[in-house]
Ligand binder design. Sequence first.
Ligand code: 2P0
Length: 351
Amino acid sequence: AADEAPLHEATVSAPVNIAVIKYWGKRDSKLILPTNSSLSVTLSQDHLRTRTTVRAAAEFSSDRLWLNGVEEDVAASARLCNVIATARQLRAAMEQADSTAPRLSTWGLHVCSENNFPTAAGLASSASGYAALVSALGALFELPQSATELSRVARVGSGSACRSMLGGFVAWQAGTMDDGSDSLAEQVAARAHWPQLQALVLVVSDRKKTVSSTAGMQTTVSTSPLFAERVRSVVPHRMAAMRAAIVARDFATFATLAMQDSNQFHAVCQDTFPPIAYMNDTSHAITSLVHAFNAAVGRVAAAYTYDAGPNAVLFVLRDDMRALVQLLTRCFPRPAAMSADAFYADPFAVF
Ligand code: 2P0
């Protein structure tokens, strides 16, 4: 009977990742091929994640997607269409090899996706979003590809999404091929390699950002001489040094490189014409506080990094977390509604 037919559905969650060597700039905007390699830390799914359910049915006449309960226009998004089409191609290849496999590649898809944090506030919602979608399609279609192989599909949705396909410490290799076949994410080390390393998200603002990453980086590539220098002479060394620091669990080097790379990314934004300002006065105050903290303890005990928005992510070893949090709560009182490790930095705090 029809109601006993198997349900073709999969639900998967994917985490947010925070770059410590930043991706900024594309050499191919359709395939989303970057101008430089990047490296990130994947955060725990307990606090920042996207959960996505995909269902395939022969009777679905079109692909539909709901994001946080609101329907989005799938056909209007070239990136969504590219991701779904690429996953379908992989499924179709399987079906060709196995005549008994149901023809899921020819059916419509319904996708339901939810974030447990503010969407598009510079908290990497597109990264976890596309990673969750690709992982869910991989599970639904029973694709044999590894997470690294599937990271190429996530990359076509949003560059940083390829890094959220893996846990722990992840490098996105820029690659050199024009077809993007070698532009993918690889794990540098598992989370368990460095359990003492902790991240703290400081929500400075949960408003939508003013300049999208996609538009911002395009202007940077075409106008910033500093950006060209960064890609040519800075990032290659930093990728190697950051990888070595992670392997050696060398916090001082890891933290110094993370702060320097965040600072250079925002300097490149400032060098873009017209300039792009993602950090605000509170962000700069947090930066000063981290440097004051490090000076007070006499070593590099904490690091900051900022993406395309004013929110800060701090890195600290577990033994130093209590002292750092005490200082932060004194300088930036937070409302009771915030969860234990998502601190609220009061935009009007002065110190
Ligand atoms: C990163 N960012 O490495 C950098 C640092 C923002 C600052 O990846 O156009 O949303 O979808 O490939 O991935 C933001 O860029 O841009 C980003 P698209 P994406 O995390």
